[in-house]
Design a protein around this ligand. Structure first.
Ligand code: DX5
Ligand code: ZN
Length: 213
């Protein structure tokens, strides 16, 4: 599955792009929420999520890069079928925040930054639908892929297999045809793709190429 990262899209013709993505079978839209504190940047927020839901019925894949997410889950109107990622590094109450996502009706994903080991997932793996493995340090689109992410994804896949679970693995950052292929081979299920798609001359064609890998 491909989850195009909407922060990298051309907002000048966003309605058309949403319609075209729907036509071409895109099943998730990755929405980056940044608060200027957890990461050194601001991006999209609650109003933009509402706008996307009004304009399109493609389920959102909301990536929360915010401090104390457990206090802010209620600001969002999460819907059944949506993914919501909460970072390990953003809260002392990771389980609680993930549980609040579940209670709000959405599917919780546990997000980990590049330096964070997969072992921290032991504490939450029983209550999540998936893991978001950051393959760049969060904050900006267009960064260089961090190589050790491939091994990390493979180790996580092994952990999930050993436990007999069907937890999804999503990867985010620096995904293109080459890194995407290696991540899929390592066990990734969902590829987030931002600048590789939206800076290409034909974003829909690029999405197709990623899907056909
Ligand atoms: C980075 C964001 C990503 C970003 C990916 O902090 O979480 O979702 O949009 O962009 P690319 O694919 O350009 O690395
Ligand atoms: Zn993201």
């Amino acid at each position: 599955m491909i989850s195009p990262s909407i922060m990298c899209a051309d907002f000048g013709n966003i309605r058309e792009q949403l319609a075209t993505m729907k036509e071409h079978g895109i099943v998730y839209l990755h929405v980056d929420i940044m608060d200027g504190t957890f990461v050194p940047n601001y991006t999209l927020g609650t109003d933009f999520c509402r706008f996307l839901k009004r304009e399109s019925d493609i389920p959102l894949d909301i990536h929360l890069m915010i401090t104390e997410p457990e206090k802010k889950i209620s600001w969002f109107d999460f819907q059944p079928g949506e993914f919501v990622s909460v970072h390990h590094e953003s809260t002392k109450n990771w389980r609680q925040a993930l549980q609040l996502v579940r209670d709000a009706g959405a599917k919780p994903l546990a997000a980990i930054n590049p330096p964070t080991p997969v072992s921290v997932l032991e504490d939450v793996i029983d209550l999540i639908d998936g893991v978001l493995v950051m393959t760049v340090n969060p904050g900006f689109g267009g960064q260089r892929f961090i190589e050790h992410s491939v091994n990390k994804t493979a180790r996580l896949k092994e952990m999930i297999r050993t436990k007999g679970l069907d937890t999804l693995i999503e990867v985010d950052g620096g995904v293109n045809l080459e890194t995407g292929k290696r991540l899929l081979e390592a066990g990734a299920d969902v590829l987030v793709a931002g600048s590789f798609v939206f800076s290409s001359p034909d974003p829909i064609q690029t999405i197709k190429e990623l899907k056909e890998m």
